[in-house]
Design a protein around this ligand. Structure first.
Ligand SMILES: Cc1ncc(COP(=O)(O)O)c(C=O)c1O
Length: 513
């Protein structure tokens, strides 16, 4: 993570200080009237956020400003905040703009590590938050598996399950992205063991050995993941995470296998032959690794549609279909980790819908933009035969399921996936020509036809970090990934007008870099 304390102010900062408040107020009024009357505007952001700023506003010479620095010092005494960019003023953040406690307002294309779907202080989410059912969900938080509220089935059906990826119709709710993946792993392991056991009950040997963390009760079965993949930081998920050593150091890990993920060359259309060969090589090695294990030892593979934390690495549909075919051939489950790619940003509600798989994945995990977390599935055998085996105190959170329902309904009502696909196409094309104007400074543009899930590389890690800091100085909150990549993760109400602000800041920053 960048050290936020040393941000240098871009010479262009001053330009962002002079926003005409009158102009903002006028367009705000039109939006406000339309919203109250329920008039359909092309701009969902204008409907939701009549007072959304038109541009970033900077009031301090550097970000974090003095108030942020002081508040962070106080917080730092009791909470490890060394990754803090600035202290946020959530009350004054609005739509696509995040405010800090110094009064700076930045266009946010990082969005709480890719987890804000509809913008800050969304009016519809406010309504949900202020409802009686939300108050009850918050103050009477249920142990969902033991004492579920009567409404839980409907809340799921109208929200999280209404959004279920094709071929899935059940969900297990969890607490975070890591928790979603770990519960999916548990489902896979118990499914495999039950299949091997057939109609037999647990043996005495299993029941005894498991209490010593030994086989056969605690078997040598594994989850296979991919080089540079990221699946979380709890013990099980961390064993499948392969993005950065720092994330894994000092933590005991399962000795689980890792397969190569294609390293594609860009632009794609100029490297189709090499890229096809690279994907074929990775698929062959994947199959070879599988063959090194006794049959029915690999319970599942887990793969991201785009390896996000690991550097926004893409692969083609052919590669993912190849993975699916091989998992079916060897009777291995396929888990698709949509924690970061899910909920619209890719221009499809679920990114794996881009692949047109002949058979749907066995499990799809989600979190982030859905605010709730969990995994989807359809095979009833992925639910263990006995209760209390896939279990914890809360098993999810109805307050988050209520928020997820509103998110889903708003996404559908406002056609936000289609709109994201369209603004993403515009942004991709503009970035392509921008980078051609600044050769060598930004390269390997990724995310064509992939909504706003766009990324690119800088020349090296130092230049990437400098780029991110200069962008912040120019009023854009933007994040990196991998060693030298920059990723865009705006909201689903990021529109052409916001893209224009981003592009203009990038043009100036690239000139300065
Ligand atoms: C693809 C993917 N999986 C899992 C996780 C872990 O989610 P969480 O941080 O909520 O545990 C992340 C977080 O960045 C992620 O990007």
């Amino acid at each position: 993570m960048l050290s936020a304390r040393f941000s240098r102010v871009s010479p262009t900062l001053a330009a962002f200080r002079t926003v005409s408040k009158t102009k903002q107020a006028k367009s705000a009024t039109a939006g406000a009237i339309a919203y109250r009357k329920g008039i359909r505007y092309n701009s969902t952001a204008a409907l939701y956020y009549p007072n959304e700023p038109k541009k970033p506003q900077a009031v301090t010479d550097s970000i974090p400003g003095p108030v942020s620095v002081e508040l962070n010092e106080v917080l730092g005494e009791v909470f490890d905040n060394r990754a803090s960019y600035f202290v946020t003023d959530y009350d004054n953040s609005i739509g696509n703009y995040i405010s800090d406690k110094d009064g700076n307002q930045l266009l946010d294309v990082y969005c709480q590590i890719s987890s804000i779907p509809l913008g800050y202080n969304n009016p519809e989410l406010f309504k949900t938050a202020q409802s009686k059912e939300m108050a009850s969900a918050l103050i009477n938080r249920p142990a969902l598996a033991c004492f579920p509220p009567a409404e839980y089935a409907n809340i799921l059906k109208e929200g999280i399950l209404a959004a279920a990826p094709p071929g899935t119709d059940k969900v297990w709710t969890a607490l975070s992205g890591s928790c979603a993946n770990e519960t999916a792993y548990k489902a896979a392991f118990m499914y495999l063991a039950a299949k091997k056991r057939g109609s037999l009950d647990f043996s005495d040997e299993e029941l005894t050995s498991v209490m010593n963390n030994e086989a056969p009760g605690s078997p040598e079965t594994v989850i296979l993941s991919f080089d540079k993949g990221f699946h979380g930081r709890l013990f099980g998920s961390l064993s499948t995470t392969r993005s950065k050593a720092l994330h894994k150091l000092d933590i005991p890990a399962f000795k689980w296998p890792k397969a190569p993920f294609p390293a594609l060359k860009y632009p794609l259309n100029e490297h189709s032959r090499e890229n096809a060969e690279e994907e074929a090589r990775c698929l062959a090695e994947f199959e070879e690794i599988i063959c090194q294990y006794p049959p029915h030892t690999i319970a599942a593979i887990i793969v991201e549609p785009v390896q996000s934390e690991g550097g926004d690495n893409h692969a083609s549909s052919v590669f993912f279909q190849g993975l699916r075919d091989i998992t079916i051939k060897y009777d291995i489950l396929m888990i698709v980790d949509e924690v970061q790619t899910g909920v619209g940003a890719s221009g499809k509600f679920w990114a794996h819908e881009h692949w047109n798989l002949t058979t749907p994945p066995d499990m799809v995990t989600f979190s982030k933009k859905f605010q709730a977390a969990g995994f989807y599935y359809s095979n009833p055998n992925l639910q263990p035969k006995q209760a209390y085996r896939q279990f914890n105190t809360w098993c999810g959170d109805p307050s988050k399921a209520l928020i997820a329902r509103t998110i889903y309904q708003e996404v559908v009502k406002n056609d936000l996936v289609t709109k994201t696909a369209s603004v993403g196409d515009y942004l991709y094309k503009e970035l392509d020509s921008l980078f051609k104007r600044h050769p060598g400074k930004a390269k390997n543009l990724r995310g064509e036809d992939y909504g706003t899930f766009i990324a690119f590389d800088c020349a090296n890690p130092t230049k990437r970090n400098e780029f991110l800091l200069r962008m912040r100085g120019a009023g854009i909150n933007i994040g990196g990934c991998g060693d030298f990549s920059v990723r865009l993760r705006p909201t689903l109400v990021f529109e052409k007008s916001h893209a224009a602000v981003l592009l203009s800041a990038m043009e100036t920053t690239l000139q300065e870099l």
